[in-house]
Ligand binder design. Structure first.
Ligand code: CA
Length: 232
């Protein structure tokens, strides 16, 4: 039974459905420090959702006063990806399956909106969250030009799902992802699954903040979402 004024829940993937961010942060930290750059694991969380070359250019400008060349950006990102891929596959985020079940049982449609472009994505999703997601209702790196924090990925999700912005909510863990959902005009729920101060998620535009996916799942049944339907 659906007691919420929405039709769909738009889930980010890394740091929301899979606990993959510690591996990403470690890989970024190792590669950047190996090349003499100052880059903490925590900073990796602040850049989460940005493209690889976007992150690399920010560090180059800060530390060298210039952009990386295409070759430099390519090589660094390759190194980072190799390190990341050497880690074991990330586990599903604790609480993610329980929340997805509640969403589905309510008759709401769960959708994926991710900056990830892994070709194994669909198989992994179906393996860990069987029957939850439909390929035609996914937005990945292959669909977008700008990516988060641009609102583009979430606007594309609305289009693919044939949804108005008041008919969906976003679930995000990173400041840039929250900004993307917020700028798309969608009610944005932040889950702080990483080491950042939750304040940065509120500052990025989160409408409500939970400390974990488990906490959001526990609160879901009684969660009051504002009714943004026009003429209501
Ligand atoms: Ca994320």
């Amino acid at each position: 039974m659906n007691n919420k004024p929405i039709k769909a829940v738009l889930f980010d993937m890394d740091g929301v459905l899979f606990n993959s961010m510690p591996y990403h942060a470690e890989a970024w930290h190792k590669v950047m420090t190996a090349h003499g750059f100052d880059f903490s694991r925590e900073e990796a969380y602040l850049h989460e959702g940005r493209t690889g070359s976007g992150t690399i250019n920010i560090i180059f400008r800060r530390e060298l006063g210039r952009d990386a060349t295409e070759q430099e950006a390519h090589d660094l990102y390759e190194e980072k990806s190799e390190l990341f891929n050497a880690f074991p596959e990330a586990e599903p985020m604790p609480g993610a399956w329980e929340l997805l079940r509640k969403v589905k049982d309510e008759g709401l449609t769960p959708m994926i909106v991710t900056g990830s472009g892994q070709h194994s994505l669909l198989g992994r999703l179906e393996h860990h969250f069987p029957g939850m997601f439909h390929p035609e209702l996914m937005v990945t790196a292959f669909d977008v030009k700008y990516g988060k924090p641009n609102p583009e990925p979430y606007l594309m999700a609305l289009k693919k799902g044939n949804l108005e912005k008041h008919e969906a909510v976003v679930v995000e863990n990173a400041p840039l992802g929250v900004e993307s959902g917020h700028r798309a005009g969608i009610y944005t729920i932040a889950v702080n699954t990483g080491p950042l101060d939750g304040k940065v998620l509120i500052q990025a535009g989160a409408d409500i903040l939970f400390p974990s996916m488990t906490a959001l799942g526990d609160a879901w049944d009684t969660l009051h979402l504002p009714d943004r339907r026009p003429h209501h």
